[in-house]
Design a protein around this ligand. Structure first.
Ligand SMILES: [Zn+2]
Ligand SMILES: [Zn+2]
Length: 334
């Protein structure tokens, strides 16, 4: 625990563990609890959720090129590696000097005075300067940093993800592992090659955290939310009352398209927004995906550049040819 973390503002979220260690462990707990919930819904085909299922259980069993036990093993190995790396980084990190909140608020108040005086509005601001400085310090600035961290992680992941698709070598040897899942399910979200896990997730997290200036508590929320979002994007369910899926255009349907053969070179953005795809012309919304399938239904069949997988997918063709992209509520992608 940080030696300076004894003041009320800097007391850890949970007394028995430091915030830094919590930021490493909480995402793992969220990953398995949230994906476990989706797993149970899927396994027992809970009637209420069946209408929201993107792909049938049969597709999950026949089109995916890796067993669920392999996926679980792969994710556990990766989480172990990342956690060990994280613990080493925390242990070797220099002790952070935690800010004095009152001094920071005073500094903000002075900055406010400087700028509002320059624009001739200090007179109006002066009576509210304390409350404005406090709200900025406790709410506005952390929220801005949080959005900045989202933007940074998205930016890093978009370009890395795209690179790993454009390079045949990187795709074949590293990223294709994640694409063994043609019908994604929640606990497959982090089924990746360990190198990808390190580059996309660990390094992405370090970049987002460092450049955004998030506090350690902010990082706990950010990493927990990123994990929650990634699991949700692979859930295989398009649930109309799931606020995360409605707020973010980059959701389970959006990412499901990327897991299909016709979408492999599209929808690289993850985990939050879709703007990089829109800017660089790699955006494939669901209505366009449906059009592709309507014109050429065979593109819904799982094939990739792995000869074994290709051979296997050919044998599955007759079984899966009737399974088409569910058009039911594909209008939600923004
Ligand atoms: Zn991909
Ligand atoms: Zn994925």
């Amino acid at each position: 625990m940080d030696k300076n973390s004894t003041t009320p503002q800097h007391a850890p979220f949970i007394p028995i563990i430091s915030d830094k260690h919590l930021s490493l462990l909480l995402p793992i707990i969220i990953y398995w609890v949230y994906s476990g919930m989706y797993h149970l819904i899927s396994k027992y085909q809970v009637p209420f959720f069946e209408k929201y299922r993107i792909r049938s259980l049969e597709e999950t069993e026949t089109r995916n090129k890796v067993s669920t036990s392999e996926v679980i093993k792969g994710v556990i190995v990766q989480q172990l590696l990342q956690t060990v790396l994280g613990f080493i980084a925390v242990a070797t990190e220099e002790e952070q000097v935690l800010p004095d909140d009152n001094l920071e608020i005073l500094g903000l108040s002075q900055t406010l005075e400087t700028y509002t005086t320059r624009f001739g509005i200090w007179h109006y601001v002066k009576p509210h300067k304390q409350i404005m400085a406090e709200y900025s310090y406790w709410y506005l600035i952390p929220v801005v940093k949080f959005f900045l961290a989202m933007f940074l992680l998205d930016t890093w992941q978009y370009f890395m993800h795209r690179l790993f698709h454009q390079s045949a070598f990187l795709y074949r040897h590293i990223h294709s592992r994640h694409h063994r899942l043609y019908a994604p399910y929640a606990f497959g979200a982090l089924y990746n090659h360990p190198i990808e896990g390190f580059l996309f997730d660990s390094l992405g997290a370090v970049i987002a955290f460092t450049l955004s200036g998030l506090s350690v508590k902010g990082a706990i929320v950010f990493f927990a939310f990123s994990t929650f979002k990634t699991v949700d994007d692979h859930s295989g369910y398009d649930i109309p009352f799931n606020p995360i899926q409605r707020i973010f255009g980059n959701n389970a349907i959006y990412h499901d398209i990327h897991h299909q053969t016709y979408g492999l070179k599209k929808n690289f953005s993850q985990p939050f927004f879709t703007f990089w795809d829109r800017i660089f012309g790699t955006y494939l919304p669901s209505h366009e995906a449906s059009k592709i399938l309507k014109e050429n239904p065979s593109r819904g069949i799982a094939e990739d550049d792995d000869p074994q997988a290709l051979k296997k997918s050919k044998t599955m063709e007759s079984r899966t040819s009737t399974k088409r992209y569910n058009l039911r509520s594909r209008k939600n992608i923004s």
